[in-house]
Design a protein around this ligand. Structure first.
Ligand SMILES: [Cu+2]
Length: 364
């Protein structure tokens, strides 16, 4: 399959050899469905800090459970004007890449936390619970809110709860996260998520909607929390950069879309520290709303967008179409991270360009 060679070029290079193996391996054995439990493809160790004697390489654990695939489908916009949401914060093990498990902290028992989706003018009443089985205080900071930091965003101890209520006054793709000190640790250990606030009346309907949160893992020892010292470096070198919490999950399990239909992706860069240049190989974004700035399809000049720059805690709504059958890699175009887990695939049609009906397609 010629695309395997093409693929190794996409993610290749010495720093990313292990991910090349994972991706190329999964393509060779058939793409979707291969991957997460494929022990042969698991890396031996992560080398983001190779050469730094102060940083111990984390060895892969062949016994690590397979990761749990996160459904990338965006939820529908919540109906009604008052949304009562319970968010339970948990501390639990999670496999973040093949062979690598960490003790993560979560909102709603998942990393990223659940995608919330409301409309400008709605009230959101979140009951935040810190179960007494947890070991640490936690908190929440909704970037979609206008509230005092020392009130709603205060930390609560295990066994406590608080109500965080706000009106969603501005539209956007906003981050929420734990702000308990050190906030870097709590974010880097999994406590972040996306809240979409649509403008009054909602966004125009499209054919397919997905939500992707980019974030970094600075791996600690197997089964332990992330390594705060690594995360706190002034030149952060994440072991993994991922979409929706798990390295390469949508390369192992491509996101299937029909040819020619409009795909909307809500994208958030949760960081905590590295910029994203969100790009989908083989397409051009015809509609982008990034931090309130709107590129519209059909504009004078027919301007398009190739990559959307998102610093930590920035979000965007991005629309695209896939003109030909085949595979369209999802990356951050900061390419040193593509080999560290920041890789997914849209599969348009059956993914095989050989079946394309347009003249010339099969030669690509
Ligand atoms: Cu926390």
């Amino acid at each position: 399959m010629h695309s395997a060679y093409w693929y190794s070029g996409l993610v290749g290079g010495g720093l990313s050899a292990f991910v090349s193996l994972v991706v190329v391996g999964s393509l060779i054995v058939g793409g979707a469905g291969a991957g997460s439990s494929d022990a042969d493809a698991a890396p031996a160790a992560l080398d983001a800090h190779a050469g730094d004697p102060a940083v111990q390489a984390i060895e892969a654990d062949p016994e690590a459970p397979p990761y749990v695939l996160r459904d990338p489908t965006a939820p529908p916009r919540a109906s009604g004007e008052l949304h009562e949401i319970e968010l339970v914060m948990t501390e639990r093990p999670m496999t973040v890449a093949d062979g690598f498990a960490q003790l993560v902290w979560t909102f709603g028992d998942e990393v990223p936390g659940p995608v919330l989706r409301v409309t400008v003018g709605d009230r959101i009443r979140v009951t935040l619970r810190n179960p007494d089985t947890n070991t640490l205080p936690h908190s929440i900071d909704f970037h979609a809110s206008l509230v005092a930091w020392n009130d709603e965003m205060r930390s609560i101890e295990p066994g406590e709860e608080l109500v965080y209520e706000f009106e969603a006054k501005y539209a956007g793709v906003f981050m929420y996260h734990c702000g308990t000190s050190p906030a870097l640790m709590h974010i880097a250990n999994g406590m972040y998520g996306m809240i979409i606030v649509e403008p009054p009346g909602g966004l125009p309907p499209v054919d397919h909607e997905f939500a992707l949160v980019q974030s970094e893992w600075y791996l600690g020892a197997q089964g332990a929390t992330i390594d705060l010292e690594k995360a706190a470096s002034a030149t952060p070198a994440p072991d993994l950069v991922v979409f929706n919490g798990v390295a390469n999950q949508y390369a192992d399990h491509p996101i299937e879309v029909p040819v020619g239909e409009t795909v909307r992706v809500f994208v958030l860069n949760a960081g905590p520290s590295v910029d994203s240049s969100f790009h989908v190989v083989g397409t051009i974004f015809h509609e982008v709303i990034r931090e309130g700035i709107h590129l519209r399809e059909g504009n004078d000049g027919n301007w398009g967008s190739q990559a959307v720059d998102l610093s930590p805690a920035q979000g965007a709504i991005i629309e695209m179409r896939f003109d030909e059958e085949g595979l369209y890699p999802i990356v951050t175009h900061a390419f040193n991270f593509v080999g560290r887990g920041a890789l997914g695939l849209f599969q348009a049609g059956d993914g095989d360009p050989g079946t394309a009906t347009e003249p010339g397609d099969a030669t690509h």
